[in-house]
Design a binder for this molecule. Sequence first.
Ligand code: CO8
Length: 259
Amino acid sequence: MSYETILVEIEEGIATITLNRPDVLNALNDKVFNELEEAATKLAADEAVRVVIITGGEKVFAAGADISQMATSSAVEVATGGNPAQKAFINIENMPKPVIASISGFALGGGCELTLVADVRIAADNAQFGLPEIKLGIIPGAGGTQRLPRLIGIGRAKELIFSGAFIKADEALQIGLVNKVVPPDQLSAETQKMAKRFADQGAVALRLAKAAVNEGLRMDLEAGLEYEHKCFSLLFATEDQKEGMKAFMEKRPAKFQGK
Ligand code: CO8
């Protein structure tokens, strides 16, 4: 897969998408959003890909949407522009396999919002998070007002959105914005370790586990529990369920085939 603003590599079932506009701190313009959407569609359909990592590289995750592109936009252009940011992010969020955001340096505005569509977030201890849109006279527009309160709670989300303040990795960990913080030189290895751990599990079970959590969050508890039971029952039709339980009885590691 060849793109202008992102790099996509696949190795041993783990795909890595790297944002690649270093001169502007990986600012996200429409080209990036469109390429992310296309890559997510392809990786979602590729059964050989079991886990997806999104990173900005060693220095910065992404300093937000491209302000130079937005500065001259009219309300009509923004309203009728097809919302490439939300389209791309929904595509990533709905990928039927685990997505890990691996974050070094700034993850601001649309960059922070991109981390929110991943299933888990690992940060280097030099990472900084924030939604500074309010300081530009706008609000988060790629899901921040919706996904952040669901992840860290309404009060903390409003504080970040109303102030535009940046928080460091340790505070992000404390409020549940990231799952794990590691030294910068261990970020890549720790991300790979987590990706490998997910990749070793059964692909169908992973897919349904993700669906049960994501779909369940859109329902009331009763409907969510019913949905969970349907997913749970369905897994008894897979060879992986037979293998997983047989392996347990035989006291050996399971070898899942993803079917
Ligand atoms: N957009 C465009 N260019 C950027 C951006 C950006 N978001 N961030 C940095 N750059 C550029 C700078 O202009 C600079 O370019 P140049 O060298 O040509 O002057 C280069 O990157 C390096 O940046 P700095 O010199 O500013 O680096 P510093 O280390 O001094 O500062 C900061 C780093 C603090 C990250 C600073 O660059 C900054 O504050 N950036 C903007 C952060 C921001 O406000 N982000 C939110 C943007 S709005 C948004 O994300 C909305 C999302 C919703 C989209 C929905 C669409 C429908």
